[in-house]
Design a binder for this molecule. Sequence first.
Ligand code: ATP
Length: 239
Amino acid sequence: MSDLLLEIDDISVKYGRIEALHGVTITVGRGEIVALIGANGAGKSTTMRAISGLRPLATGAIRFDGTDISRMPAHKRVGLGLCQAPEGRGVFPGMTVMENLDMGAYGRRDRAGIREDLDRVFGLFPRLAQRKGQLGGTMSGGEQQMLTIGRALMARPQLLLLDEPSMGLAPMLIKQIFTIIKEINAQGTTVLVVEQNAQQALALADRAYVLETGRIVGTGPGAELLHDPAVREAYLGAV
Ligand code: ATP
């Protein structure tokens, strides 16, 4: 068993003739929180789509838990334990909170395990426990973000991919979401998080990568990048 859970090896991704990623290499070790930061249009979401199988690779390879998944369909990747909480409000609006969470456990047969994970999700997000019967679409933005993460956890992922978990949230709630991500990780889930909110993401992450126009231009421990003058100037609004 390798210590690397995810290996993104020199991948390029195209939209038609336009190449959005040019030879991106990222590794995520078992148990780590890794952040990918970058400005608008840098290619963060494209990287996530490539990992979850929603966008084909033009070149390069992706290995998950030692298996080459470069050409594996998205649903099979979920089956391996690779699960993405989509950007923004990716809840099923016409379904209740409980039904949304049930959807996350789709395909699982281990009733006891599902029950355990539901308790875990309600422990992390007490608000969801209070609102089991409310329609997803009527939850507030922050609550929908929690529901999206909770639903992804119901698949009991080995690797949780989070796309901009802080998007559109008030500062108090952003802090709370990042604390919960830390807690999820402490409970044994490896996390790869994509964020425009570089300050919070770098403070959270064991290691981070900086993406600029489709290329990795920096990498290191989160705390180190947080104090890197070039990173501070470009992403933290400091000089
Ligand atoms: P943001 O933070 O603004 O969401 P991002 O870092 O996630 O940005 P991507 O959405 O991955 O960036 O976009 C990377 C590049 O690929 C951009 O130049 C974008 O215009 C282009 N792109 C993304 N999706 C498509 C698409 N479906 N068709 C054509 N080009 C696309």
